[in-house]
Design a protein around this ligand. Structure first.
Ligand SMILES: [Zn+2]
Length: 279
C-alpha cells in the first residue's frame, strides 16, 4: 500500500511540475530559442463515453459479509456501466480503454462520432487492463484494428501476465489485439509518465498489471471499483472478477484514501452516471 501512495505522491509532484512548466510564467530569458515548444500540451476536460448500461449483481460480492451486503444492495444489484473516457489535447486525442466493441453492441464508436471524432483521429489508447470489456472495442469483427493510427499503451506487468504468466490460458482476445496493433504498442513501467504528462500508477489486484492514469485534474481508475454504491464506503468488498481479492482490497483502500485527500475526481470504467465522481 505504501508503494502505491508513494507512487501517487510522486505522480502529483510530476503533474504539478508539468503544469507549472506550461503556465508560461518562465522569467528566465531563453536567448537560444525565443519560442520554445511547450513541454506539455493543454488538455480539455475528460469526457465519459458510456459503452452500455450494466447492473452488478450482489452475488459478485457474496461470502464476505452477506448481511451488510443485503442491507446496502437490497435489490440484489448495483447500477453500473461499461465506460471509456476521452481526453482531447492540442496534439493528441487519447482514449482510455475501448469498451466491448461494436460487434458486442458497444456504443463507443457512436459516441465518438456524435462528438465529431472518427476512429483514425485517435492518437493514443491507454489501457487499464486486458479484460474483454476494456479491449474488445480495439478489434473489429474481422480481427483488424478499429483505431487505425492509434498507439496502444499498457503496463509490462499486464503484458507479461497474459502472454507468458498466470492468465495466458485465457488470452485469445489479447493475442488478437496484440497482432492487430503489432507495430503500434508501447509498454511502460508503472510510474512512468506517458503521452505528454499522463502519469501511470500501478494498481494490482483486479489483474496483475491493472493500471490507473493520473491526468492531473482527475484519475482514471479502471476497475478499481465495480459497484460504486457498495465499495466507496466498503472497499473491503472485492468482486469475484478480482484476480487477487486481498491485493485488490489493499489497492482500493489506498486509492480511495488518496482521492479523499487530494480531492481528485475518479473516472471509473464501471461507474454509473455521472461516470466521474468526487469523494
Ligand atoms: Zn471491467
Amino acid at each position: 500500500m505504501k508503494k502505491i501512495i508513494k507512487t501517487l505522491a510522486f505522480a502529483c509532484i510530476v503533474v504539478a511540475m508539468a503544469t507549472a512548466c506550461s503556465s508560461g510564467n518562465n522569467t528566465i530569458e531563453n536567448t537560444e530559442n525565443p519560442n520554445p515548444e511547450p513541454t506539455v500540451q493543454k488538455w480539455d476536460t475528460l469526457v465519459a463515453l458510456q459503452d452500455c448500461k450494466q447492473q452488478m449483481s450482489a452475488q459478485l460480492f457474496e461470502g464476505q459479509n452477506d448481511e451488510l451486503l443485503a442491507q446496502i444492495l437490497p435489490d440484489g444489484f448495483a447500477e453500473a456501466s461499461i465506460n471509456a473516457f476521452l481526453l482531447k489535447g492540442e496534439k493528441n486525442i487519447v482514449l482510455f480503454d475501448a469498451g466491448l466493441g461494436e460487434s458486442r453492441n458497444g456504443q463507443i464508436l457512436a459516441k465518438l462520432d456524435s462528438l465529431g471524432i472518427q476512429p483514425e483521429q485517435i492518437t493514443d489508447i491507454c489501457i487499464t487492463h486486458f479484460h474483454t470489456d476494456h479491449i474488445g472495442g480495439l478489434i473489429a469483427s474481422d480481427g483488424s484494428a478499429t483505431f487505425t493510427k492509434a498507439k496502444l499503451h499498457f503496463s509490462e506487468e499486464e503484458y507479461e501476465a497474459w502472454t507468458t504468466g498466470q492468465l495466458k490460458d485465457q488470452n485469445e482476445t489479447v493475442m488478437t489485439m496484440l497482432d492487430a496493433y503489432k507495430d503500434r504498442y508501447e509498454i511502460f513501467h508503472a510510474g512512468d509518465t506517458i503521452v505528454d504528462g499522463i502519469v501511470t500508477i500501478a494498481a494490482p489486484g483486479h489483474t496483475p498489471g491493472h493500471t490507473l492514469y493520473d491526468i492531473g485534474d482527475a484519475i482514471v481508475v479502471g476497475d478499481l471499483l465495480h459497484a460504486v454504491a457498495l465499495q466507496v464506503e466498503h472497499p473491503e468488498f472485492s468482486a469475484k472478477y478480482d484476480f487477487e481479492p486481498e491485493q485488490a482490497e489493499q489497492t482500493r483502500t489506498a486509492m480511495l484514501e488518496i482521492a479523499r485527500t487530494t480531492h481528485k475526481p475518479l473516472a471509473g470504467m464501471h461507474f454509473p452516471e455521472p461516470y466521474i465522481i468526487k469523494l
